[in-house]
Write a protein that binds this ligand. Structure first.
Ligand code: GLC
Ligand code: GLC
Length: 812
């Protein structure tokens, strides 16, 4: 069952009912000012950091679901309603929400009045603009009142939700004309305030929540709105808000339009005040004047769309499969940009006050957005590498505002160092810019011990190479990619962190998965050595990789007979083996070892993937492990803490499904690669939205596995490495347009009935127009013709002097 439909021409998902199974959200903003916005106008806004500089309040996990947003109320006689249905939940005669690329549109119709809202964050300003158009579709004159409402957050969202003894006394506001200013803590150490304004004279306002809502009321029945008259309240402590009232007369057929702007303003310390305790509003007024007419707003909206046109032109596909076109050309890339902006900080499931930027998460996210914004990817790589330690280990997380490593969680995740190679290699393969390797980058943010980035990569590789366990496999440390495989933790008390409790790192527990990474990224590191002319080092690295390859295939180490072992625990026992009672097979080493090419020539690769299909497959995706853990295993950690079928305990953890799909392309099975791709692909799961429940236009982190009561139900949408990896999978492996150090390679692996297709790719300043004649073949390039001339192999030689290149690929 669907709750809406895709409008590909406008790059929108059109939601047809406000009663979606979960709030279906969108993200606004692309640089420093961001909003989350749901299909019922819920959500919140922040500047740069969702924890420290939050403008509006949101109540997570409250009832009714999705509490607080930026609301407009319309009072038409006794009837009060919202264009987005919430919070009054007055039944609408018509409702529509269109989530687009960096904007959302709402339409509500009630009793002959139509209200349309367009909301977006302009490309270059720190504000959110909402254009509200009300139209009288009836045959009688209408006298209505429009009310706006936002509730301010007292900046630090963490403190705001806990420290009530202080916070109920600090709130301060100012009002000037139609502009309501939120200036809590501005008198002391803050040099910033927020403003909410409308480009028309107002009939009244409120800035105190209790006056607006009324005691013991809520946003669903605000007393002042119900009474038809705001009270001009001035907040003093408690909870400051901003609400405007506009009294509007509409003749039959008449429309009126209003622009509301919510903005963040910073003043220089020496220029904070206009007069004693009166804030300097000049920069706010200058900003508001940029959006005070419809024409200005329309121009800013066009600029936003033009920016996205440009970004989304970098990789486009035209195939006979609409769903693939839709995901590749629009939604998958869009989600990659959102993960670039948000990492894992603010979603409807990440509260914005918890995790900073993850070292491994950010490196993997890079793989999905490097082609879109190479300059910012470069900056991101340097930021990430700056948190690395001198010995090659890394802080597991860092704070986006300070860019410093987070010492609460510290280091010790065995996989982290290698992801830095993955991200850097992707950047150089995309841009050809090897100068990044010479960039001086600090260790642990200490510039006095800075070394070129190449040295950071060397230490990344070296750390894993020199930290091995009894089977000569890499030590796992606190955990590897699977945060919940805490083999050194042994926690027995509730509340202890599985990842950091106890010794957490040890000399015995090993990871086969990191072994697979070592092969994949060791090879990529060796290629970078060659690029730098370090051929001796490259040879040494390749020798280590070759040795690891053997260890992975050794049945006394990495190979279990029918699949790869997952790990060895701190007692030296196998994890993810036929010898285990529960958790006999895990997905990660099957996907990663095979995509790294391990066992490709000798048959283990195919065996491992067949075992995945046999033991882990479901119609909703491939599960992370089987059989699920039914009891808590102290020696394994958090993985066994989840009820069977959820999260890392036998859930379908979408992030690693593309690893399996990519692995299938490595052994040339296009049918199966695509089958795996489809299972978690939003354009396909749209049809089962009542089961899947999360947004049908983007990926979620986890889908409940076969052991779970709600098998097929998605959770934790938006901020997941799934976005990057599925884009890598479909664009580089299935459609097969893969950036190498020497140029673009085209080597598709598609289902036999996929048909011919065309990819347009802007790469290092050259536009490639690539046509693939598929001939019913799953993998194999018979002919590569570049501008009319036959070329050997699959790589299009890079020639910077050309602006456009025509490529024909004949499979066979
Ligand atoms: C979460 C984390 C990621 C981890 C994964 C598996 O998505 O953000 O770092 O790899 O879970 O545990
Ligand atoms: C929990 C989650 C895992 C996530 C981690 C982040 O372990 O199960 O998915 O990566 O928290 O800290």
């Amino acid at each position: 069952m669907k709750f809406g439909h895709f409008d590909d021409e406008h790059r929108e998902y059109v939601i047809e009912t406000p009663k979606t199974p979960l709030p279906w959200i969108n993200y606004l903003g692309s640089k420093e000012f961001f909003s989350l916005i749901s299909n019922t106008c819920g959500g919140y806004t922040f500047y740069k950091d969702a924890k420290l500089l939050r403008l509006t309040r949101y109540r997570y996990n409250d009832v009714p679901m999705d509490i607080n947003g930026k609301y407009f109320y319309i009072k038409d006689g006794d009837c009060v309603w919202n264009p987005g249905w919430k919070p009054t939940q007055t039944e609408l005669d018509e409702y529509e929400c269109r989530h687009g690329i960096g904007y959302s549109k709402f339409k509500g119709v009630k009793k002959g009045v139509r209200a349309e809202v367009l909301t977006f964050v302009p490309v270059n300003d720190n504000c959110e603009v909402s254009k509200l158009v009300v139209t009288n579709d009836s045959s009688e004159e209408k006298n209505i009142s429009i009310f706006s409402y936002v509730e301010w957050c007292l900046w630090n969202a963490d403190d705001d939700s806990r420290n009530f003894q202080r916070n109920f006394s600090t709130g301060e506001v100012e009002v000037k004309g139609s502009a309501i200013y939120h200036k809590t803590e501005y008198r002391e150490r803050r040099n910033h305030y927020a403003v909410y304004s409308v480009n028309a004279p107002i009939a009244a306002f409120d800035t105190a929540r209790d006056s607006f809502l009324g005691l013991y009321h809520y946003a669903g029945d605000p007393e002042a709105v119900m009474n038809g008259k705001l009270t001009n309240s001035m907040a003093s402590g408690w909870s400051p808000i901003a609400a405007h009232q506009l009294d509007v007369t509409l003749k039959p057929g008449e429309s009126k339009s209003y622009v509301f702007v919510l903005a963040y303003i910073e003043n220089p310390v020496e220029d904070k005040w206009e007069s004693h305790n009166v804030i300097n509003k000049k920069p706010a007024e200058a900003l508001l004047s940029k959006y005070d007419t419809d024409a200005k707003v329309d121009a800013a909206f066009a600029e936003l769309n033009a920016q996205w046109d440009k970004l989304l032109n970098i990789y486009t596909v035209d195939s006979s499969n609409d769903k693939v076109n839709r995901m590749v050309n629009i939604w998958n890339q869009y989600q990659c940009m959102v993960t670039f902006n948000m990492s894992r900080s603010a979603s409807y499931y990440e509260s914005g006050i918890g995790r900073g930027m993850g070292f491994r998460d950010s490196c993997q996210d890079l793989l999905g957005f490097v082609h879109l914004i190479p300059d910012r990817a470069r900056e991101r790589i340097i930021d990430i590498a700056s948190t690395q330690f001198e010995d090659g280990r890394a802080y597991h997380q860092y704070q986006p505002l300070t860019k410093k490593g987070n010492s609460d969680i510290g280091s010790g995740f065995g996989d982290d160092p290698l992801w830095l190679i993955a991200g850097t290699s992707a950047y150089i393969r995309e841009t050809g810019d090897a100068t990044i390797l010479d960039e001086m980058v600090p260790f642990d943010n200490d510039m006095s011990v800075a070394q070129p980035l190449m040295e950071h990569l060397r230490r990344s590789f070296g750390y894993v190479d020199t930290h091995r366990g009894p089977h000569n496999l890499p030590l796992i440390g606190r955990a590897d990619w699977n945060d919940c495989l805490n083999l050194n933790c042994h926690s027995t008390q509730p509340g202890e962190s599985f990842q950091t409790f106890g010794p957490s790192e040890g000399p015995v527990a090993e990871s086969v998965f990191i072994g697979g990474m070592f092969v994949k990224y060791g090879n990529e590191y060796a290629d970078l050595c060659d690029l730098k002319g370090l051929n001796e080092e490259a040879a040494k690295v390749r020798a280590s990789v070759e040795e690891m390859n053997k260890i992975l295939l050794d049945s006394n180490a990495g190979w279990d007979g029918e699949w790869f072992v997952r790990a060895y625990d701190s007692y030296g026992n196998k994890v993810g083996s036929k010898d285990c009672e529960e958790g006999k097979i895990y997905i990660e080493p099957q996907g990663f070892c095979v995509l790294a090419g391990v066992g490709k020539e000798t048959g283990e690769a195919e065996k491992a993937l067949d075992s995945v299909k046999k033991h882990l497959d479901t119609k909703y995706g491939v599960m992370i492990l089987q059989p699920a853990y039914t009891v808590y295993h102290e020696e394994l950690g958090e993985v066994s803490s989840y009820p069977p079928g959820y999260k890392e305990n036998a859930g379908i953890f979408c992030h690693n499904n593309p690893w399996v799909s990519i692995a299938e392309t490595v052994i040339g099975r296009g049918d199966r690669a695509f089958e795996v791709y489809k299972k978690t692909c939003p354009a396909y799961t749209e049809e089962i939205s009542e089961i899947h429940r999360t947004e049908p236009y983007i990926y979620c982190q986890m889908v409940a596995g076969a052991d779970a009561k709600f098998h097929g139900e998605g959770k934790n949408s938006w901020l997941t490495g799934t976005a990057a990896w599925t884009f890598v999978n479909i664009s580089q492996y299935i459609l097969g347009v893969y950036p190498t150090l020497k140029g673009l390679s085209v080597d598709p692996c598609v289902p036999a009935d996929f048909g011919d297709f065309n990819v347009k790719r802007v790469y290092r300043g050259v536009e490639y127009d690539i046509t693939v004649k598929q001939n019913g073949v799953q993998k194999g390039v018979k002919e590569l013709i570049v501008d009319g001339a036959k070329v050997e192999g699959t790589v299009i030689p890079y020639d910077a002097s050309k602006k456009t290149v025509k490529v024909e690929v004949v499979m066979g």
